[in-house]
Design a protein around this ligand. Sequence first.
Ligand code: 57M
Length: 359
Amino acid sequence: MLYHFLYPLHTDLNFLNVFRYITFRSIGAAVTAFLIVVIFGPLFIRTMRRFQIGQVIRDDGPASHLAKQGVPTMGGLLIIAAITVGTLLWARLDIWQVWLGLFIILFYGGIGFVDDYRKVKKNNSKGLSAKGKLILQIIGASVVGLAIFLHPGFDGHLSFPFFKNLRPDLGWFYVVFAVLVIVGSSNAVNLTDGLDGLAAGPTVVTAAVYLVFSYLAGHVVLADYLQLPYVAGSGELAIFCGTIVGACLGFLWFNAYPAQMFMGDVGALALGGALGAIAIIIKQEFLLAIVGGIFVMEALSVIMQVGYFKLTNGKRIFLMAPFHHHFEKKGWHEPKVVVRFWIVSIILGLFAIATLKLR
Ligand code: 57M
């Protein structure tokens, strides 16, 4: 919005020229989203406490989690508000990809909200049925897949880090692929969100890396130089990524151990869905498996554990899945698990950036 109001005035007020730059607006967007969460966080926590909207803790988890009973949840509402306001303020609103990003975060946030609300209302840890949640996620992701497919500039080629000449064309199947990436990413972030700061940290890293890639993918000269697929308009998604970085850093302020609030499904499903959608829109789908390696490992640990559990009638690979509970059960203190996962995430983020030159 600021771009549309302020940039046209640059002919009279020269300094307003700065609103043309995606770099400047991405930083502005990140700071705005951060401040919204940090400023409204205490009020949000107090309100959730007053209305007794707190986490219901399962009694079959690690014992240390029982102390978290009643911690205010649904902090994702604040995250989503900050991302939406930040994006509307700083992004160019004539770029369709920006609306697609906002759509997925609001749609998936809506699914998570219904799930959280039911849990809180019924005062147990079960919300929407797994099937109901999956169907809704598929519907939301299909809208994104179809919007990309039906756009005149559609390109169904995949791109892989390291293999610049490997570019299979998926054609209409790209829509199915988009659904798999978005739904998979949303659920993987949701599974990861089980320790204080565990989901928000790697989300910051992933969104920061995608901020860089979105900028490059939308820059015709740099995309060509770095041999990335050029996606017209995708540079504006850097601003959307900036708001995710800012909002999650602000959320971490309160979610750092010992957490004063959790993001809830409303936050985890929305953030995961948004990361998946960004990867699809800027055509860097496989990069998500690298930079979001923590989410991938967490999801794989659940798939392996549940599969093995069923095959062997109750035997386990890990002491408990998802993976982070395994380390807790081994006696690592919660912040130690979280900070070590962050370290791995940062290293994966740096590696993802390095793929720019390894082609
Ligand atoms: C959500 N939710 C957290 C919070 C957060 C198939 C199965 C592996 C599914 C999995 C599952 O249900 N995962 C999805 C995980 C919950 O956090 C809430 O949920 C939101 C995210 N959706 O924002 O609102 C708990 O996580 C802790 N937490 C923190 N700090 C945070 O910042 O400490 C969350 C955020 C919170 C809090 O304790 O209550 C969760 O873990 O439930 N199921 C599991 O994860 C369960 N695993 C399991 O049953 N494993 C089995 C296999 C055979 C399936 C096994 O390995 O034996 C575990 N989770 C729990 N208890 N709580 C184990 C049992």
